[in-house]
Design a protein around this ligand. Structure first.
Ligand SMILES: Nc1ncnc2c1ncn2[C@@H]1O[C@H](COP(=O)(O)OP(=O)(O)OP(=O)(O)O)[C@@H](O)[C@H]1O
Length: 251
């Protein structure tokens, strides 16, 4: 069980050359249920395209996307997707932003509000629930966007560079905080990042993608025990893994 990508291929029209441009070439990937898998690869190799296909926003040309045994390509609504930009609606308070998923799914309002209230506390956002997005810090916005993704109610999360726009310190806080949230839950997570340290710290498996068209160059199991803290990144094993990942990405 979990998420499987089978021989996934996708081309887009290159508007300059007016020719198809291959973005994904027969990509295979397994994300086992309850595990955290990071995808890293060069800029423009097709990571967000993979996300859009899994989220059902776009269709693959070939191949299957299978979630817990069911084909989901072209079918939105099966996973919690947090795109690169937080996409909080500026005219809604944080609390009302959190309820969007429940409204889309026509879920009971009272129970949705109760659930959002419970999680707001867990995310340290209770004092800011009536703030509008422009009144929140970058870290709070990202936490809000992640909470909204969780409140969508799916057990598989697709997080496309959720901390990419944050400064180094806030980013570290967010990683620490994500680890603690995930340690209390059983989510299956596919996480996109450019940051090798972040991938090592958070993941059970790190998957390295080639330049476009994206195929998988290598997969690494990351078996450091939990709970993890950033000091593990200074360990000999972690530095060795980082070296291997860097070499693959540079070549
Ligand atoms: N709708 C589209 N039409 C045409 N080309 C597209 C479309 N979407 C993406 N592309 C192209 O596909 C390629 C891969 O883009 P994608 O955003 O998936 O890469 P990425 O690995 O997520 O990049 P980054 O790491 O910079 O965020 C790029 O060359 C991009 O220009």
């Amino acid at each position: 069980m979990g998420l499987s990508l089978k021989s996934l291929s996708k081309s887009y029209l290159n508007p300059q050359l007016n020719q198809p441009m291959k973005i994904l070439d027969s990509l295979n990937l397994e994300v086992d249920s309850g595990t955290f898998v990071s995808l890293i690869g060069p800029s423009g190799c097709g990571k967000s395209t993979i996300c859009n296909l899994i989220a059902g926003i776009d269709n693959p040309d070939f191949g299957d996307i299978i979630l817990d045994g069911q084909k989901i390509q072209g079918l939105p609504g099966h996973i919690g997707y947090m795109p690169q930009k937080d996409l909080l609606l500026p005219w809604r308070t944080l609390f009302d932003n959190l309820l969007i998923g429940c409204q889309i799914q026509h879920r009971d309002k009272l129970s949705a509000r109760a659930e959002a209230t419970k999680w707001l506390n867990q995310f340290g956002l209770t004092p800011f629930s009536n703030h509008y997005p422009h009144q929140l810090s970058g870290g709070m916005r990202q936490r809000g966007a992640l909470l909204r993704t969780i409140l969508f109610g799916k057990k598989t999360l697709l997080l496309d560079e959720p901390f990419g726009a944050l400064d180094a310190l806030t980013r570290q806080e967010m990683q620490h905080w994500l680890l603690s949230i995930l340690s209390q839950t059983q989510y299956t997570v596919l996480f996109i990042t450019h940051d090798i340290d972040e991938a090592i710290l958070l993941s059970d498996k790190v998957v390295v993608l080639s330049k476009r068209p994206a195929t998988i160059i290598q997969e690494f199991t990351v078996s450091f025990p939990h709970p993890r803290n950033p000091e593990l990144l200074l360990s000999k094993e972690s530095l060795e893994l980082k070296k291997q990942l860097l070499q693959l990405l540079i070549n």
